[in-house]
Design a protein around this ligand. Structure first.
Ligand code: SF4
Ligand code: SF4
Length: 585
């Protein structure tokens, strides 16, 4: 629960009171979760996680516990006033995640109206800390259309960003980029701002002001929320149960088939039609403060009169303190026993250990032949890489990593398998930083693999031996070909094997140009396994080298098309295995 009391924020009202989790439980959950999943990143989530006073202690404890791994910690959008050296030191790991702050308003006056409790000095301190700790870019969220907002407040957003950039650049002379998201205010039920409204025309005016002001700033990327999206949110948010008829109607017309981001005209066109049919206006008028609201019957624990009073305080630019750390404003949540917030005292922050980083020295190399079958054939190459890494982490097998800014586990496959194809003999090499007996490795890794990935053979190879990708020379396939008419497959096979050249056409993915290649020297073995009238199953071994010399199953289709003088298609393909140079010699 967050008790900061930002007046536009619904979770900040609905989740009260604050209930801190015991720091030991947080650390244990993260470490157990990483071991059980093998994931290499995690995030500590809560509404305002930097208000969790033990965050620096928990973060440092986790950072130290994971110092020898490539696990990264990220935090969601944070309170910039709590961002300090300790937090900056623990975020990230192998990779520095992006940093997001939400000042929400561009002037101090407006930040007081929304009860953000943030000063310019807080903002500068937090951003400077991020810059000093190596972040060259931060993301900032602002909102426009807030109560009492003037043009000066809107332009204050651009001025604040320009000022922050100047201060940071003067300090470090490094580049400093800001990615800004401007969202439009939409009222949320059960918040003090539920009575406030802003029209689409006003929002358009504010967007234009900002677009002009941002033209003068360099190193700023700006992203505006579509006004139509906000207007629709506004209409739906304020509506009562009568809106259900319009929602049903727009669904019947097929709105779900159009995405508001990719097909906005179709999407909003349908909403426009339906809102018109039911006499709704896009520009909703804020309800009178003393009228009943459609959601009044829902008891959130917060008294409506408190919301009315807090809205009045907003208009008077008066702030209300955070009841987790200051006095209670009697919102009604805690009943008569005010102060039900559970805020744990901060833990002492342990000494931050310099991350040793993952081990880079391989001590053992293992070559694995594995099968990839059934549903696992739909796992792509990159996902398979991640699968190996996670399975090794779950099996407590310590991999060696590459050097560099983004260390990668030393897992290398001989070649990728086409998506959707099954195989009995793929090859992957693992380099371990902590050697284990081969049988042990096989049993531990297999126990962590999903159904469909089976280890067929594991052998230890010298650390210096060439990578499987370099040694790869051939692949064996079983293919089933389908002809358009009854075919003499035996004589077609003889023709192919007797041919001195086997021309095939290839089309370049990049240029779209087609060229002809002779693949005769790439076909090493070809035999007929099963024969039917129009269908035949062959097994072949063909070139498969990472310099691009590859005889593909599709090439065999062309070869047999030429040999049979009829339409031939590939009915089935299965990779039987790969051959490395040492095995061929
Ligand atoms: S800090 Fe403000 S915006 Fe963030 S969760 Fe709390 S009340 Fe909401
Ligand atoms: S009743 Fe008081 S202490 Fe409890 S959540 Fe509301 S303001 Fe905070």
């Amino acid at each position: 629960g967050c008790t900061r009391g930002c007046r536009f924020c619904q979770p900040g009202m609905l989740t009260r009171p604050a209930r801190d989790v015991d720091p030991d439980a947080v650390v244990e959950t993260v470490l157990t979760g990483l071991q059980a999943t093998g994931f290499n990143e995690f995030s500590l989530l809560s509404l305002s996680c930097s208000d969790y006073l033990s965050l620096p202690a928990v973060g440092v404890q986790l950072h130290n516990a994971l110092a020898a791994d490539t696990v990264s910690l990220s935090l969601p959008s944070q309170r910039v006033d709590r961002f300090n050296d300790e937090l900056a030191g623990i975020i990230g790991g192998a990779r520095k995640p992006s940093l997001t702050f939400a000042p929400e308003a561009g002037t101090q006056r407006l930040r007081d109206v929304i009860n953000k409790g943030l000063t310019n000095a807080d903002l500068l301190n937090g951003i400077k800390t991020a810059h000093e700790h190596g972040w060259d870019m931060v993301k900032l969220y602002f909102m426009i259309g807030l109560p009492t907002e003037t043009d000066e407040d809107v332009l204050g957003i651009a001025e604040t960003i320009g000022w922050l950039q100047r201060e940071c650049r003067a300090q470090g002379r490094r580049r400093f980029e800001v990615h800004v998201t401007i969202s439009n205010f939409t009222p949320k039920p059960h918040t003090p701002f539920q009575w406030h409204t802003v029209t689409a025309a006003e929002l358009r005016h504010k967007h234009n002001l900002l677009k002009t002001a941002f033209r003068r700033l360099k190193g700023v990327k700006i992203n505006f929320t579509d006004i139509r999206v906000s207007a629709l949110e506004d209409v739906l948010t304020r509506a009562g149960r009568d809106m259900s008829r319009a929602i049903l109607r727009v669904w019947e017309l097929g709105v779900a088939r159009h995405d508001p981001w990719f097909a906005p005209d179709a999407f909003f066109g349908l909403w426009d039609q339906v809102l018109g049919e039911f006499d709704y206006s896009w520009d909703v008028v804020g309800p009178p403060i003393d009228s009943p609201l459609p959601w009044d019957f829902i008891d959130t624990g917060i008294e409506k009169q408190w919301l009315v009073d807090d809205y009045a305080k907003a208009l008077a630019e008066a702030i209300v303190p955070d009841c987790s750390f200051d006095s209670c404003s009697h919102c009604g949540i805690c009943g008569e026993d005010f102060g039900a917030n559970v805020v744990l005292a901060p833990r002492a922050v342990p000494q931050l250990e310099t991350p040793s980083g993952p081990p880079v020295q391989p001590k053992q190399r293992l070559r694995v032949v594995f099968a990839k079958r059934s549903e696992m054939r739909f796992i792509g190459h990159l996902d398979l890489q991640r699968l190996w890494e996670r399975a090794c982490r779950r099996a407590s097998l310590v991999l060696a990593y590459s050097n560099g800014f983004h260390p990668m586990p030393r897992i290398s496959t001989a070649t990728a398998l086409a998506l959707g194809m099954e195989s009995d003999g793929e090859i992957v090499d693992f380099e371990l930083a902590e050697p284990v007996p081969v049988a042990d490795f096989r049993a531990r890794l297999q126990s962590q693999l999903p159904h469909g990935v089976d280890l067929c053979q594991v052998e230890e190879i010298p650390l210096k031996s060439p990578a499987a990708a370099q040694a790869l020379v051939a692949a064996e396939y079983r293919i089933t070909l389908q002809a358009s008419q009854v075919t003499d497959w035996h004589s077609a096979l003889k023709t192919v094997l007797a041919s001195e050249s086997l021309p095939v056409e290839r089309t370049s993915k990049k240029s779209g140009k087609t060229h002809t290649l002779d693949c005769r020297s790439w076909l090493f073995e070809l035999e007929l396994l099963e024969v039917g009238e129009t269908e035949a199953t062959f097994q072949y071994a063909g070139a498969c080298r990472n310099d691009g010399t590859v005889l593909r199953p599709d090439d065999l289709v062309q070869v047999f098309q030429a040999a049979t003088a009829q339409e031939v298609s590939l009915a089935n393909v299965y990779r039987l295995g790969l051959r490395l140079a040492t095995l061929c010699e």
